[in-house]
Design a protein around this ligand. Structure first.
Ligand code: AR6
Ligand code: MG
Length: 360
């Protein structure tokens, strides 16, 4: 399990650092990426070091808050997010989240959920910012699904209180957690997807009374649906095809957007599709293939690659993380220390966890 914890945290870091130079591009050619990754893998090549972005900065606060307090505490986590943000505000944070940190700082985090609730005229943010940092919650609570769901939701509410922001964080957490539990080489792609669909269906049923508003998302059509379960049905359909559909189809039906709804199912698809060779991607390593494929889709490349990398690394473990690529990433040692702390703390998680007393 320690190898999988380390694999997940390194996969997330690698997706973030290697994906961020391409953020916002429409799509990136697979041949170009083959050359780019082969240069990164060449020990003789000296290439610019890749800094991490807000994905990893926030993952750090989640990991250290959970491990140092041996459980979830919203106020402590909010203080860490805020301190980290004001120490290094230029890490590529989403444009709206700045106001949350201002509100948290001005109120000394008295109510850690209030500034987020005020976002977007009281709707809250549905960005993928709570999903991109959630992997430590899955690791810390790998032996308790209900608590993982609870903590994933509560940590989301500190910055992303919109139902779709929270549910996206829960789905990403469930995917990392599920990957940790699959036997080595034992991944059944259909079962993995079906289990996620079934859990998300139950969560969505429970949350059904909360009305959501989201741009262009008010019908049951697969490209418009606000149901994660239905988007995962699209993932399943894509996986039934002998090769990935064209990027335009993935963009239209799953998305490569900064919203959680249009990025978390995409990251899960990247993980699952990369279990087999992908035409145009020259790479035998499944974690690298996953990250290369995620980047090739364009859009929110660092965050989609980070989320896909966290799931993939949780399944494959540390041994399969390509070391020659890691040497280009910032803060590898720090990230490994967070994984080790999560591993130590996961056996002693306190059941008096604040999140367990809050309903999802
Ligand atoms: N109504 C309209 N637009 C919204 C809403 C809403 N309720 N919620 C979010 N948006 P934000 P993040 C749009 O700022 O999720 C970084 O690169 C709005 O345009 O909360 O923390 C990260 O690494 C808003 O600015 O950021 C991620 O990749 C945007 O969604 C990515 O940005 C993002 O929400 C998102 O980070
Ligand atoms: Mg990002």
């Amino acid at each position: 399990m320690l190898s999988r914890f380390r694999g997940s945290m390194l996969g997330s870091l690698m997706g973030d650092c290697l994906g961020s130079p391409f953020e916002g591009e429409a799509s990136i050619g697979k041949v170009f990426l083959n050359n780019y990754f082969s240069q990164l893998g060449d020990p003789k090549k000296r290439l610019p070091f890749k800094p991490y972005t807000d994905d990893t900065a926030m993952t750090k606060s989640v990991a250290l808050s959970l491990t140092e307090l041996k459980g979830f505490n919203g106020q402590d986590m909010a203080k860490r997010f805020t301190k980290e943000y004001f120490a290094e505000p230029k890490r590529g944070y989403g444009s709206a989240v700045h106001d949350v940190f201002m509100g948290l700082r001005n109120s000394n985090c008295e109510d850690p959920y209030r500034p987020a609730q005020r976002q977007f005229q009281g709707m809250g943010s549905y960005g993928n910012g709570a999903a991109m940092r959630v992997a430590p919650v899955a690791l810390m609570n790998y032996n308790d699904e209900a608590r993982a769901i609870d903590v994933a939701t509560m940590q989301s509410k500190i910055t992303h209180s919109h139902k779709l922001g929270c549910q996206g964080a829960v789905l990403q957490c469930l995917a990392v957690r599920a990957a940790l539990h699959v036997q080595p080489n034992g991944l059944n792609i259909v079962k993995f997807t079906d289990d996620l669909i079934s859990t998300m269906r139950n969560i969505e049923k429970k949350d059904a009374d909360v009305v959501v508003e989201v741009e262009g998302g008010d019908s049951d059509a697969p490209w418009n649906t606000t149901s994660y379960a239905r988007r995962l049905e699209t993932v399943k359909k894509f996986l039934e095809q002998p090769e990935p559909p064209p990027n335009e189809e993935i963009h239209g039906l799953l998305g490569v957007h900064v919203s959680a709804l249009r990025s978390v199912p995409t990251a899960i698809y990247c993980f699952l599709v990369s279990q087999n060779p992908i035409p145009g991607i020259e790479c035998d390593n499944k974690l690298q293939r996953c990250i290369q494929f995620a980047i090739s889709l364009g859009g929110d490349t660092d965050t989609i690659a980070a989320m896909a990398g966290a799931i993939s690394g949780a399944y494959l473990g540390e041994d399969q993380v390509p070391k020659e690529l890691l040497r280009h990433c910032e803060a590898v040692k720090d990230v490994l220390s967070w994984a080790d702390k999560l591993h130590d703390a996961s056996s002693t998680v306190q059941f008096s966890n604040e999140a367990t007393s809050n309903s999802v």
